[in-house]
Design a protein around this ligand. Structure first.
Ligand code: SR1
Length: 329
């Protein structure tokens, strides 16, 4: 029997409208997230509109309200600060608007949260750092304040420092999320001058890693300081593959899969389908060695080599697959 496609999908009416309300949009990883969300919306016949706070968490609550006033039936909100956002989210929920969070701890029973399993991401990259250095390293740690994924990754770093007392944090940098790579480059450069004993940099966002790599190269420290990071994108792969690159490993999911999952979760809520509260994507370790040895030059080849980075199996109700088939996708 054919699978019925629920309203507001598949009928003759106007396309359902979903808003991507972005706290942070800077960098290759989050650009790939946007493209993934757009593709999934297109596949499902959703009109996707974007609102962008450009790294200013204070602007996000008003954008949530504006997106609802603009007619969005569901929102995907990323990189907000839960306590600052909660009342705006509760207001729009009360108006019947559905909400999905990505990298935002809203902590509301009606709001599913998409996450890259950030404790695990932190664990995976810190394990590699500890293994490569036999548990002894002088580490510059680059993060930013006020972002749930970074706070979770940092917890893993704290646990690893407890586990390996020889991992010493010589500097903790809180870089500016609105100007991430350039700010990280400048501040890592200063930290390298202040701490010439540094042997590793732990950068909890690939934008910070990009800045850290430039700082290491500028300081002529290739071969002495290694960079460990989170996230992967085409630009990162190119950087990691450069001869003698200090960027040796990153722990990541594919941002495209995140964008696609977030939009499917919004679509499922719109159709009245249940969605799990915590939608966790599985991260993988990507090493420079793997990229060079397997000749991987971009994200599509990386996903082929590590298929668990590809499309998530989460939130695929039967009607959604039927809808895609009916739309020739
Ligand atoms: C400012 S938070 C940056 C992080 O958000 C995305 O989840 C990426 O993983 C990035 O590391």
């Amino acid at each position: 029997t054919p699978c019925p496609i629920p309203r507001p999908f598949g009928g003759a009416g106007p396309r359902p409208r979903v808003a991507l309300v972005r706290g942070v949009s800077e960098g290759s990883f989050l650009e790939r997230y946007r493209r993934g969300a757009e593709e999934m919306a297109d596949d499902l016949g959703i009109e996707l509109v974007t609102w962008d706070a450009r790294g200013d968490p204070g602007a996000l609550p008003d954008l949530v309200r504006a997106a609802a006033r603009g007619g969005a039936q569901a929102l995907v909100v990323d990189h907000g600060q839960g306590e600052r956002l909660r009342s705006a989210v509760e207001e729009v929920l009360a108006q019947g608007v559905r909400v999905v969070a990505f990298d935002t701890a809203i902590d509301h029973p009606e709001v599913p949260e998409v996450e890259q399993d950030d404790f695990l991401i932190g664990h995976v990259i810190c394990t590699r750092l500890a293994q490569d250095t036999a548990g002894r390293a002088a580490v510059i740690h680059v993060t930013a304040d006020g972002f749930a994924p970074l706070a979770r990754r940092e917890r893993a770093w704290e646990a690893h420092r407890w586990r390996h007392p020889g991992l010493r944090e010589v500097a903790r940098i809180e870089a500016n999320a609105a100007n991430a790579a350039a700010d990280a480059e400048a501040r890592v450069g200063q930290a390298l001058r202040a701490h010439p004993e540094t042997t590793a940099i732990l950068a909890l966002w690939d934008e910070f890693a990009e800045g850290a790599v430039r700082a290491v190269e500028r300081a002529g420290l290739r071969g002495k300081v290694r960079v460990y990071s989170v996230d992967v994108a085409d630009r990162d792969i190119r950087r990691m593959r450069e001869p003698g690159s200090p960027w040796v490993a990153t722990a990541a999911t594919d941002a495209r899969a995140i964008g696609r999952l977030a939009v499917r979760a919004a679509a499922a809520l719109l159709a009245g389908a249940p969605v799990e509260r915590h939608l966790l994507l599985e991260p993988r370790l990507v090493t420079r060695e793997l990229l060079v040895e397997q000749g991987i030059t971009g994200m599509e080849a990386l996903v082929q080599a590590l298929p668990s980075l590809g499309e998530s199996r989460l939130v695929w109700p039967a009607w959604m697959e039927a809808l895609l088939i009916s739309r020739g996708r």
